[in-house]
Design a binder for this molecule. Structure first.
Ligand SMILES: NC(=O)c1ccc[n+]([C@@H]2O[C@H](COP(=O)([O-])OP(=O)(O)OC[C@H]3O[C@@H](n4cnc5c(N)ncnc54)[C@H](O)[C@@H]3O)[C@@H](O)[C@H]2O)c1
Length: 508
């Protein structure tokens, strides 16, 4: 079987991405020619292929015969001349424009004139790569995600130089391989990285400005944002050098402050702390790694000895509803405001100042805003059905009060994190600018809602796409978080967000 108009495909560079791409192509029944720079690198590439397909056999997803067939379809060589019979070549060498130019110059010489040349670059300009070849009309971007055999998204990039049909042929191939192609133009970061990295960089700034700790930000985004991993865990996995590279490329194009790499990121890269691959990034890894210490750990240990706190819930705000449900689920005793260990007050008629006056000494009082500077702490629950509670601190919040709040919230089975009591706390402060970016991308005509949502779910592991998220969370809430003022110009707020709001429309 071959995929559409291609039957023999070359892959240059069999590292992390190239080996995965070669496997995907061979699994799809295509004849593959894998090229490496020397024998040692070729053997490493062979190792990647054997290990990855071997893992699939162990997991029962592939038979041994199936594995042999896949590996037999991949011819391994160090001779670029062996690519002469290919009708498509995918380049996956390290991310340096000079190196890409060198490889494409070589491909230009040896590969048939009618063949398509594709680059897997994440952050370089596909146009700059194409323009330096003798066949710019036949150069496209084909951006696979790591690990290529698993991730369903492939961004297919056409430039202003690409001929009609080339992008469609490659997109059809991608589809035939069981992946989802998203066809777009050549903008730094394409869709997925452009949206993802603004958010990751915001998280790094949040850490740098001590808005919250690394662990609390990661916990907030998994427990409250429903992401598979927090931003610091993800950046460490991607590699901080790659993160810096991608952000620099996006910043060079947008000049948007949100893409200017956070100094902490540059500092870690300069220090050689690149994440998992070097044993340390935002987190330490390997033998030297201390046991993870989230702020919820200590209270969890205490839970075995102390009785559950007594809880008074006042008002009908989301915070109150969530605590009423959690207290009942945990079997915590209820009490009057005067006797409770924990008082939660939210909603229209929650009179925080009055509650403070009535509560007993040492009680923790949580309210959804209305900070008094006294005993009450601001708390925020990004979504009622998630366990996260963000506890906001002001410069005058006593640290013992914050510690006690964290402890009691954890005792009720909820997940506490602490941060500055500023608009959006952690989750909303990180997600609404990201959602706004997605709407701005829609507005710019770069990608449609389906492409944007597919990019973030299939390429970055988000449970739902940003356009669907905006509809779910509400445009009003987004505008509020973005501090939209109908009487002002609001340059930072996507126009389309306001238009949809004015018309009372959702995006889908
Ligand atoms: N790693 C990721 O998560 C990821 C994701 C998407 C895209 N990308 C992009 O994919 C490309 C490759 O990244 P990677 O992470 O696989 O890199 P890598 O370092 O793991 O692999 C690159 C391979 O290219 C080989 N190579 C170097 N020069 C060569 C030459 N002249 N001819 C043939 N082979 C040569 C190297 O020996 C190495 O095996 C980059 O453009 C990167 O931006 C990476």
């Amino acid at each position: 079987m071959s995929e559409g108009s291609f039957s023999r495909v070359g892959v240059v560079g069999l590292g992390t991405m190239g080996a995965g791409i070669a496997e995907v192509l061979a699994r799809g029944g295509l004849a593959v020619v894998g090229v490496e720079i020397n024998r040692d690198a070729l053997e490493r590439g062979r190792g990647h292929l054997e290990k990855s397909t071997g893992r699939a056999v162990k997991r029962g997803r592939l038979t041994e015969d199936g594995q042999r067939e896949i590996l037999d379809r991949i011819e391994l060589t160090t001779d670029f001349g062996d690519l002469s019979g290919c009708d498509l070549v995918v380049e996956a060498v390290p991310e340096r424009l000079d190196l890409k130019h060198k490889v494409f110059a070589e491909l230009d010489k040896v590969v048939r004139d009618d063949a398509i040349l594709a680059t897997n670059t994440s952050s370089l300009s596909v146009t700059a790569i194409a323009a330096a070849t003798g066949r710019p009309a036949k150069v496209v971007g084909v951006h696979f995600f790591n690990p290529a055999p698993v991730m369903k998204l492939v961004e297919v990039i056409g430039t202003v130089l690409t001929e009609d049909g080339a992008v469609d042929r490659v997109a059809a191939l991608v589809k035939g391989l069981g992946k989802t192609p998203v066809v777009i133009g050549d903008r730094a970061g394409f869709v997925a990285n452009r949206l993802l990295f603004g958010y990751l960089n915001d998280a790094a700034y949040m850490l740098e400005t001590k808005h919250a700790t690394r662990d609390d930000i990661d916990t907030a985004m998994t427990a409250g944002g429903a992401l598979p991993m927090g931003p610091f865990t993800l950046m460490d996995l991607i590699g901080l050098d790659t993160c810096l590279e991608v952000l620099e490329a996006i910043y060079a194009e947008t000049r948007d402050r949100r893409h200017a790499p956070a100094p902490v990121l540059r500092e870690l890269v300069t220090a050689g702390l690149l994440g998992r691959k070097t044993g340390r990034g935002f987190y330490p890894y390997g033998d030297g790694a201390p046991a993870a210490s989230g702020s919820a750990d200590a209270p969890a240990a205490a839970a075995e000895v102390d009785p559950l706190p007594s809880v008074a819930v006042v008002g009908d705000g989301d915070l109150s509803k969530a605590f009423a449900a959690a207290a009942s689920e945990a079997g915590a005793p209820t009490a009057e405001v005067e006797d409770a260990d924990l008082v939660v007050a939210s909603g229209e008629d929650a009179d925080l100042a009055g509650i403070e006056a009535r509560a007993k000494d040492g009680a923790v009082i949580l309210g959804d805003g209305g900070l008094t500077g006294g005993g009450a702490l601001a708390a925020h629950k990004p979504e009622a059905d998630r366990p996260l509670v963000e506890i906001g601190l002001t410069p005058v919040t006593p640290s013992e009060a914050a510690d006690r709040a964290v402890e009691l919230v954890a005792r009720l089975g909820l997940t506490p994190v602490r941060c500055r009591a500023r608009r959006g706390f952690i989750v909303d402060a990180l997600r609404f600018p990201y959602l706004n970016d997605a709407v701005a991308m829609l507005d710019a005509g770069y990608a449609d809602a389906d492409a944007i949502d597919a990019a973030m779910t299939l390429g970055c592991g988000y449970p739902t796409g940003p356009i669907a998220d905006i509809d779910r969370l509400g445009i009003g809430r987004a505008l509020d978080q973005l501090e939209y003022d109908p009487d002002e110009a609001n340059p930072g707020v996507a126009d389309r967000l306001r238009e949809q709001w004015d018309l009372g429309l959702t995006f889908r």
